[in-house]
Design a binder for this molecule. Structure first.
Ligand code: AMP
Length: 125
């Protein structure tokens, strides 16, 4: 079911389970505030997810409620992860689906990094 950004945070979502170590992930990067791992069903040769460790449903509550340290950490980590996976040289795309109309499926904020191939038009028509 698509995520409604206004719903309260549900700590049974799959990324919360990854953060608690209940489910494995293929980790790329971790710091105090952020975890990044390869998407389980990649849509491009590079497809990595960067998530805050805090309990945020989407960009909506994160941008409103996160501390400056969390906001800075996620922003810096996205660029760092893109460099770590070598996506920076040829370019990459960031995507943070937010709420029902976006098609967001996992109710914990995640920034997709896509790369490794030409990425085509910004939105499907
Ligand atoms: P979204 O549609 O923006 O909510 O994207 C959710 C993403 O999470 C999809 O690209 C899924 O393939 C990915 N995903 C779901 N479960 C896992 C998992 N256990 N490990 C890594 N990625 C996952």
């Amino acid at each position: 079911m698509p995520v409604d950004s206004s719903q309260p945070y549900d700590d049974q979502n799959i990324f919360a389970k990854i953060l608690r170590g209940e489910i494995m992930c293929n980790k790329v990067y971790e710091d105090e505030h952020v975890l990044a791992f390869h998407d389980i069903a990649p849509l491009a040769p590079v497809h990595v997810l960067v998530i805050p460790k805090g309990a945020y449903v989407s960009w909506d509550d994160f941008s409103r409620d996160a501390s400056d340290a969390e906001l800075t950490a996620l922003s810096r980590a996205v660029g760092e992860v893109a460099r770590l996976v070598g996506a920076d040289a040829q370019g990459y795309r960031l995507l943070a689906n937010t709420g029902k109309r976006s098609g967001q499926e996992v109710a914990h904020l995640h920034v997709h990094i896509f790369g490794g191939q030409p990425l085509g038009p910004m939105l499907a028509k």
